[in-house]
Design a protein around this ligand. Structure first.
Ligand code: F6P
Length: 547
């Protein structure tokens, strides 16, 4: 029997509609409708979204809005904003939206006003950031802090590093920032090799404070500091960001040097919580407040704008159309802004950890496609590498092209050259080049087929004025709510991540098998056993003992 979603009238109508319209070409759709660009565009919070170069008609959009309504998107959205426990598998509220509510607002969840909690932590973060930035906070030898190293992984790394890179223009340049995430010792060693312990502050960022990679790196950081400065130095050189007071204390960080958040903030939704401490240290509390205001403005847009003009809903629905009806397995995100170079990696966790799910909220098996693969690189670099496949490959890759009208570092003609590529790529992908056009250029016959560009390849263009902290907040919140929109319709829990657990458990079992000085008895499958044996032999530099 088909799932609930596939039995919905709107879904069935969309299937039928897809069959009727799948031969439509964007060339024809544009030729037949001179107002297409204005009809299929929307704007909010400084982001102009042109979705006209997607394979949709007014009827497609109407059916998609119907699907959103039939699937209860608005009810679920309102439930999130009210603090209901919509993360059912973990029985938690999902309240990243509360992290950016202005002071004075109120949101009572499980009998607690979470907004005042949020602003208490923000006030402590502000005080701390001001002390470090002014040189008032001293290291163990009395020197001010020059280097900040964030130690965390996943949501406790990707948000901080993405935001630092994105807002580097606004950052305090006499502070050096490093981000250590990988348990590969090279990450830590390279991050600190040119730093002095007495001028370095570590922020140990971990929601749970149980993550093996982070705790291993934190321990190495602690050893690095204490071997140079003694154990008393920990209080001067370590702060923690976590929800787990007990384990922070066990690690040896005093809770007065801890900045908390709450179980209702998912790791991948936490860059605007205390996990953003490195961001606040980099850009200062005032610009951090602007970042939060940008998030909040997009939250309000998502909460109140009609579906037909609602940016996250529009992008979410188009993404779902491309995924479930056009059958596109991936989405490319290409920011034409060098400062956003880590945005695709950030969005990978946000989208794929959220909607990479195969069961519904009630545990039913899913018979439609959910989360797409997200990937990307800043433009124009990608154009000289993988765009070939996007233009002429056999897989259709819908692309979000993110452009800005102004550069933060204007230099000669650079910015117009960069931006011309945003528009040119969208144009080329949509309209391609026909056989006749290729021939008309005098192309030798044997090359004609190679030079034909089918076109009809979907893009969204997001055009903004200039990258500011506020704009970054709105842009990230936009994608958060795109994820929400799709998750609500797919009926999945976008806020858990059980899929990452098994690998972690198995690794913990394997660690002693790699470390043991005696040959361990292995009880895995033959492939895993063989790989472990070979690794142990190579580790001993004993090349014959592998098999
Ligand atoms: O393994 C996945 C994950 O749990 C992510 O969801 C999370 O962002 C990351 O690990 C880090 O977790 P923590 O902040 O608890 O160290």
């Amino acid at each position: 029997m088909k799932s609930e979603l596939r039995q919905r009238d709107a879904w069935r109508n969309l299937e039928e509609h897809f069959e009727q319209t799948k031969g439509h070409l964007l060339r024809e759709l544009f030729a037949n409708d001179p107002a297409r660009a204005t009809r299929f565009s929307a704007e909010a919070e400084g982001i102009y979204l042109d979705y006209s170069k997607n394979r949709v008609t007014s009827e497609t959009m109407a059916l998609l809005f119907e699907l959103a309504r039939e699937s209860g998107l608005e009810t679920r959205r309102d439930a999130m904003f009210k603090g209901e426990h919509i993360n059912v598998s973990e029985d938690r509220a999902v309240l990243h939206i509360a992290l950016r509510l202005p002071a004075g607002a109120s949101l009572v969840v499980d009998d607690v006003d979470v907004v005042s909690q949020v602003h208490d932590v923000l006030a402590r973060m502000t005080d701390f950031a001001n002390r470090v930035r002014s040189g008032d906070w001293k290291g163990a030898t009395g020197k001010p802090i020059k280097n900040v190293v964030n130690v965390g992984i996943g949501g406790s790394d990707l948000g901080p590093v993405m935001a630092y890179e994105a807002l580097r223009y606004y950052s305090k340049r006499d502070l050096t920032f490093r981000f250590v995430s990988n348990v590969d010792s090279t990450d830590f060693v390279e991050a600190v090799r040119d730093l002095s312990p007495d001028e370095t502050l570590f922020i140990i960022s971990s929601k749970t404070f149980t993550t093996l990679e982070t705790l291993t790196n934190a321990q190495s950081a602690r050893d690095w500091v204490t071997s140079a400065l003694g154990t008393d130095a920990v209080a001067h050189h370590f702060v923690a960001v976590s929800t787990n007071e007990k384990l922070v204390t066990t690690f040896g960080i005093d809770t007065k040097n801890m900045f908390g958040f709450w179980d209702w903030v998912g790791g991948r939704y936490s860059m605007d919580s205390a996990i953003g401490l490195s961001t606040m240290l980099a850009i200062g509390p005032e610009l951090f407040a602007e970042l939060l205001a940008g998030f909040h403005a997009m939250d309000e847009h998502f909460r109140t704008a009609p579906l037909e003009k609602n940016l996250p809903v529009l992008m979410g629905l188009i993404g779902l159309w491309n995924r479930d009806f056009l059958g596109c397995p991936s989405v490319g995100v290409m920011p034409y802004e060098q400062y956003l170079k880590r945005l695709p990696a950030y969005l990978q966790q946000l989208t794929m950890e959220s909607n990479g799910k195969h069961v519904t909220l009630r545990g039913g098996e899913i018979d439609y496609d959910t989360g797409a693969l997200y990937w990307g690189e800043p433009g124009t670099n990608g154009q000289h590498s993988f765009y070939q496949l996007i233009h002429q490959g056999t897989t259709i890759v819908p692309v979000d092209l993110i452009g800005f009208a102004q550069s933060l570092n204007p230099l000669g003609r650079h910015h117009d050259i960069l931006s011309s590529n945003v528009f040119a790529q969208a144009e080329a992908l949509a309209f391609g080049k026909t056989e006749e056009e290729v021939r008309a250029e005098g192309t030798p016959e044997h090359v004609v087929a190679h030079r034909v560009m089918q076109g009809n390849r979907p893009t969204n263009v997001l055009l903004c004025e200039v990258l500011t902290p506020r704009l970054l907040g709105s842009l990230v919140a936009l994608y958060e709510h795109v994820v929400f929109t799709q998750g609500a319709i797919w009926g999945v829990d976008s806020f858990d991540q059980w899929g990452v657990e098994l690998g972690k458990v198995l690794a913990v079992r394997i660690i002693p098998e790699l470390e043991s000085s005696d040959e361990p008895e292995l009880h895995h499958d033959s492939s895993t056993n063989e790989l472990i044996k070979r690794y142990r032999a190579l580790k001993r530099n004993d090349h014959d003992a592998g098999s």
